[in-house]
Design a protein around this ligand. Structure first.
Ligand SMILES: Nc1ncnc2c1ncn2[C@@H]1O[C@H](COP(=O)(O)OP(=O)(O)O)[C@@H](O)[C@H]1O
Ligand SMILES: [Mg+2]
Length: 234
């Protein structure tokens, strides 16, 4: 599913406001323009409420901008119909969240298989791919554990394996180590970077931790009140 014409991600004058009534209107993103090159690794930092998750969710197609344009490769994703957007998410995007978002009743391997089921991959192939993906993140011995039988670091590694299983071109991680101790956080970030680098995907990581930002990225963006106030290569 790798798109050979892929050449990064671009936001043009993207605005996101919440709330219908003027008095309740929140400008979560204020006409942000920014590009991310293919294979580029960027960390985004900023105070709580500054618009980091809003930016990631728009890129991930979980939400739509109020105005402006979002291009992934040569496609404008703000114009996609709901079914096209779902397909875009499935094929091009891998998302990782602070709280892992694993399905509690499913085992590690079943969680990793889910995107393959949606993509229509046959049973034998998807099991084989899910097992390989878990082996790559060091969880070959945890295939049949459920999330409540896994540590935080292990859970996040399952979530990484799941996010990367369809070879996404863009990997979005929203405070992926927010629930982990610092040694585990470093190990998880290193693993994420290694896997993403191997696939030349574009990685955007939101993190509060400057050390982890430097560990995961070559570029640092700081957001304040819905605007990019700093953007530089480390
Ligand atoms: N669904 C929503 N409805 C209304 N306001 C929202 C919603 N989501 C986020 N916001 C507001 O938008 C701003 C940015 O939120 P968010 O992107 O989640 O910030 P961050 O991830 O940087 O903490 C905040 O003021 C938040 O309260
Ligand atoms: Mg957030």
């Amino acid at each position: 599913m790798i798109d050979s014409s892929f050449s990064g991600v671009r936001l043009i004058e993207v605005e996101k406001t919440y709330g219908e009534i003027d008095s309740e209107r929140v400008v979560a993103l204020d006409r942000v323009s920014v590009s991310f090159r293919e294979g580029e690794r960027t960390a985004i930092e900023g105070k709580s409420g500054s618009g980091k998750s809003t930016l990631l969710n728009l890129l991930g197609g979980l939400d739509r901008p109020t105005s402006g344009r979002i291009e992934v490769g040569d496609r404008a994703i703000d114009r996609l119909k709901p079914d096209e957007l779902a397909r875009y998410r499935l094929e091009k995007i891998g998302m990782i969240f602070q709280s892992y978002n694993l399905i509690p009743s499913r085992t590690a391997v079943q969680n990793v298989e889910l995107p393959l089921i949606v993509a229509g991959v046959c049973k034998n192939d998807r099991r084989e791919r899910a097992v390989k993906a878990l082996e790559k993140v060091g969880l070959g011995k945890r295939l049949n554990h459920r999330p409540d039988q896994l540590s935080g670091g292990e859970s996040q590694r399952v979530a990484i394996a799941r996010a990367l299983i369809n070879a996404p071109r863009v990997v979005l991680a929203d405070e992926p180590t927010g629930n982990l101790d610092s040694a585990t956080a470093r190990a998880v970030v290193d693993m994420l970077v290694e896997q993403v680098a191997a696939s030349r995907a574009c990685l955007i990581v939101v993190t509060h931790d400057r050390d982890l930002a430097r560990r995961s990225a070559e570029r640092l963006i700081r957001i304040e009140d819905g605007s990019i106030v700093e953007d530089y290569y480390i």
